[in-house]
Write a protein that binds this ligand. Structure first.
Ligand code: AMP
Length: 547
């Protein structure tokens, strides 16, 4: 027997219409390309998104068409986030930090019909125009007519100014309702190997994810929150905040392209931001600026860090010096992206300050709606004892089942689980902790060593700014850890003193065989350590070792 409740489909547009109707004055602040401040409300955003649908229709975009964006976090980007899916097209966010060849590949693979491009990426789009001319029919620069850059595209590609098109469009569009499983957005994973692969979200998955991340034990978004996502809208949907902020009526502060410590501190204080999210690199930049300038944070209560492991130093420094709580979450493109969040249970109430930092290194508990497990090499489930580590698998309504263009279900195992490629422990309270990417774990004499654990300890050394531990081939042990460290500006690192800080923290056989001091480390386009490059460079450094 079916229930007798109204069968309303979960529509992304309904998040925006809710914000416009019930939080009409809720503020959206954007730092523009010219470093000025643009302000408007959820009601304005909804009205302009309707106009943008008319613009898209005028450009020939129809249902199922892909609309690409190459843009920083800003209000025009937000309008595309809602207008494209609202008319049953697909908002395809593209990471401008990728190699231009990868960007051209992604645009062609996705078959983007129209591209919305920030002024800063004008040279990039001109450079790749000949490679994407078969799919892209129009490029819309996200600026007004006066700030249109000088550009030469490929023959046949039209060029427009966003504001000129919007100003001429009618706002008579009425948001339609359709199957909630309809595709809404597309984002390519920027893996460290192979070609990027597309993850295709739906109205249903995106709406459920927005409800889940807004909850108190996750991002805790409220109408009184002023949230600043530093995490980019061009990758992993800015962790879903553009949708969840509308759902909760939170004020939204979009930082544009200036993400250095000084710009961040100014924006956080000027706009009375209470909560902000981003990767550790951004928080290190902010911390360094605050320490050097003596500036304080006046309104920020919580900083969420994710995308790579939370360094203990960051958690400690913000808590002890600035009275700001650093919270830790984990996710991936394939999960829309948030999967776990570290919010305390009653058992964590009595932790000492040092224990609390150690606990916050865990990536956290699974969001309700999803499930997770860890398995050994033979696929057998491992215990939740906080010690056993194995491949992390997840499932749920906002986890992908196949990459764009592949058969539904092709990314899953026979029981419907998605293998994340991460290696993790889960403790008896259900807190998951990533110990590695499966391809980065060090297999020494048949036992596994966690590279992330070794890196976290290395960066607690006062002279170390950044650390990478990689598996290096070894004639006797198969693989052994090599530690590379980057000194803090103005410091020198003594390799022996780095090894000494491991005393009592890990088993002796986990100790890196060698510590190399390097000027910098390579990163992927999403800021993660590029360990493949390090492995190919240092892969034979232990070739002549016998012990
Ligand atoms: P992406 O799809 O680009 O967001 O990358 C997802 C991957 O980033 C995950 O599979 C993890 O390997 C890594 N990652 C994300 N969040 C964290 C975190 N909090 N700690 C450690 N690794 C993380």
């Amino acid at each position: 027997m079916l229930g007798l409740m109204q069968p309303h489909a979960l529509m992304i547009s309904s998040l925006l219409t809710h914000a416009a109707r019930h939080h009409a004055a809720g503020e959206i602040v954007s730092r523009t390309h010219e470093n000025t401040t643009h302000r408007y409300s959820w009601a304005d955003a909804e009205r302009r998104a309707r106009r943008l649908v008319r613009v898209l229709q005028g450009l020939g975009v129809g249902e199922g068409d892909r609309v690409g964006t190459l843009a920083w976090n800003g209000y025009r980007h937000l309008e595309v986030y809602y207008a494209a899916p609202g008319m049953q097209a697909i908002c395809h966010t593209i990471n401008p930090r990728l190699h231009p060849d990868d960007i051209a590949y992604i645009i062609t693979h996705a078959g983007d019909r129209v591209l919305f491009v920030d002024v800063s990426f004008a040279p990039l789009i001109c450079a790749i125009a000949p490679k994407i001319r078969d799919t892209v029919q129009a490029v819309v620069m996200m600026c007004d007519a006066a700030t249109m850059p000088e550009m030469t595209l490929a023959p046949g590609m039209a060029l427009h100014s966003y504001d000129t098109l919007i100003d001429a469009a009618a706002d008579d569009y009425a948001w339609p309702t359709f199957d909630e499983r309809t595709a809404s957005a597309l984002c390519y994973t920027s893996g460290t190997t192979g070609r990027p692969k597309g993850v295709l979200y739906s109205h249903r998955s995106t709406t459920l994810h927005a409800y889940a991340i807004a909850m108190p034990d996750v991002l805790c978004l409220r109408a009184t929150t002023r949230v600043l996502p530093v995490v980019p809208m061009f990758h992993v949907n800015a962790w879903g905040i553009p949708y969840a902020a509308a759902l909760s009526g939170a004020g939204l502060v979009l930082p544009g392209r200036h993400l250095d410590g000084a710009s961040m501190a100014k924006l956080l204080n000027d706009e009375r931001v209470t909560f902000t999210c981003g990767v550790p690199t951004v928080w290190f930049g902010l911390l360094q600026h605050l320490r050097m300038s003596g500036e304080r944070l006046h309104s920020v209560q919580r900083i969420m860090t994710g995308g790579s492991a939370a360094p203990p130093l960051l958690i400690e420094a913000f808590r002890d010096e600035y009275n700001v709580a650093v919270e830790h979450g984990w996710g991936m493109t394939e999960l829309s992206p948030v999967g776990t969040y570290n919010a305390p249970k009653p058992a964590q109430a009595g932790l000492s300050p040092a224990e609390a930092v150690r606990h916050m290194l865990k990536q956290g508990r699974i969001l309700p709606g999803l499930d997770m497990k860890i398995v050994d090499g033979a696929g057998r489930e491992l215990p939740w004892d906080g010690v056993a580590f194995g491949d992390l698998k997840v499932r749920g309504p906002w986890v992908t089942c196949a990459y764009y263009g592949d058969e539904p279900g092709s990314a899953l195992d026979a029981e419907g689980w998605f293998a994340t490629g991460d290696v993790a422990t889960i403790d008896p309270d259900g807190f998951m902790e990533i110990t590695d990417r499966s391809k980065d774990v060090i297999k020494s004499g048949g036992e596994w060593i966690s590279s992330i654990t070794l890196e976290n300890i290395a960066v607690s050394h006062p002279d170390v700014a950044e650390a990478a531990v990689i598996a290096v081939r070894h004639p006797k042990w198969d693989e052994r850890p090599l530690l590379l460290v980057v000194p803090r500006p103005g410091h020198t690192v003594d390799p022996e003193s780095v090894l000494r800080i491991y005393d009592g923290k890990v088993a002796k056989w986990w100790l890196p065989d060698l510590v190399l001091v390097v000027a910098d480390l390579p990163h992927t386009a999403t800021g993660k350590l590029l360990k493949t490059a390090l492995r190919s460079h240092y892969g034979d450094i232990y070739a002549n070792r016998t012990t």
